[in-house]
Design a protein. Structure first.
Length: 323
């Protein structure tokens, strides 16, 4: 057996854990599987890397030698992979900017503003802006960190924040209340606001996604004196159809475009809030005008507010409650 990079990672984790059991849990392996790998490594090297007994696992002299080299090789390999991904990304994206969006009602407006603003800011005549939508903020953040996306616009519960691992930089764009979508014949459809408790018997819908939003919603319901009897996930088209049919109400961003047969109504006291964040890799500032990108995100939110009459009225009456 040839010694591989993954074997070096195992050795480092075992040495840092001081225990094969703890190292196996950290690596996501069964203990017998890790023990078998360590035995193969010993045979490949011609000696024991660790002394293993009831007190744990301690590096032998050979193990210390291997660890010395592993702590040089592993960071070098990580740097190699990172540089290679960036090289491929830079070559693949010459003349293009790839934008990821998650749970955002302003993603299309954001992309449109980038189409208009980036060519002039970059001094090019032809620039392709492509978009990729996901339900997962974590997945999109990983793609941003690896270089397969250049920019991301994500919407999240106001109690959460996007991952910063991988040298990512995030800027908050806007925070809005969450509204409720009801059918046009619902008893509260003509009102400007409704108490959460008034809808206690409803079947609730929300867009699929990751994060703490569902937990925060249930907490808000409990504070309002009830536990929601049911909550489902649905894409926007299916959600509107179910609401229009009178079968459910939906939690929505207030800047969604109006649709026939349904109405958005504010929740008293804005118990739930949704924040948009725009992000990029820290080194993106070397090749992208990140200030222009941040302004495009803020401008997209302003555009969305302007096309939402009910939300404009709500903001005029609640200028301090929402940033």
């Amino acid at each position: 057996m040839d010694l591989e990079v993954r074997h070096l990672r195992m050795i480092v984790v075992v040495a840092e854990s001081g225990s094969v059991t703890k190292a196996a849990a950290s690596l996501g392996l069964a203990q017998p599987a890790l023990t078998a790998q360590l035995n193969r490594i010993d045979r490949a090297l011609g000696g024991c890397v660790f002394t293993r007994d009831r007190q744990g696992a301690r590096p032998t002299e050979l193990g210390e030698l291997v660890l010395h080299h592993a702590r040089v090789v592993l960071p070098a390999m990580a740097a190699l992979v990172d540089d290679a991904r960036r090289h491929v990304s830079d070559r693949a994206t010459a003349g293009s900017v790839r934008v990821g969006t998650v749970s955002s009602a302003i993603g299309g407006l954001f992309a449109s503003r980038l189409h208009a603003a980036l060519p002039g800011a970059l001094g090019v005549d032809d620039l392709l802006v492509t978009t990729a939508t996901s339900w997962s903020v974590e997945e999109t953040a990983e793609r941003l960190a690896s270089g397969t996306l250049d920019v991301a616009l994500v919407g999240m519960c106001d109690d959460a924040a996007p991952p910063a691992d991988g040298g990512l930089v995030w800027t908050a764009v806007s925070t809005d209340p969450v509204f409720v979508l009801v059918d046009e014949y619902h008893p509260v459809a003509a009102r400007e606001t409704v108490g959460l408790g008034e809808l206690a018997d409803a079947l609730w819908l929300t867009a699929p996604g990751s994060g703490c939003f569902e937990r925060c919603f249930v907490s808000a319901c409990v504070r309002a004196g009830f536990t929601p009897r049911a909550m489902g996930e649905s894409d926007r088209t299916s959600c509107i159809d179910q609401v229009r049919g009178g079968h459910a109400v939906a939690l929505v961003q207030p800047v969604l475009l109006d649709a026939p047969g349904v109405r958005t109504v504010a929740l008293d006291g804005a118990p739930l809030r949704w924040t948009h964040h725009v992000g990029w890799r820290r080194d993106a500032a070397e090749r992208l005008p990140v200030d222009v990108i941040a302004r495009a995100a803020a401008g997209a939110h302003r555009d969305a507010v302007q096309r939402s009459p009910r939300y404009r009225r709500w903001r005029a009456e609640h200028p301090v409650e929402i940033a």
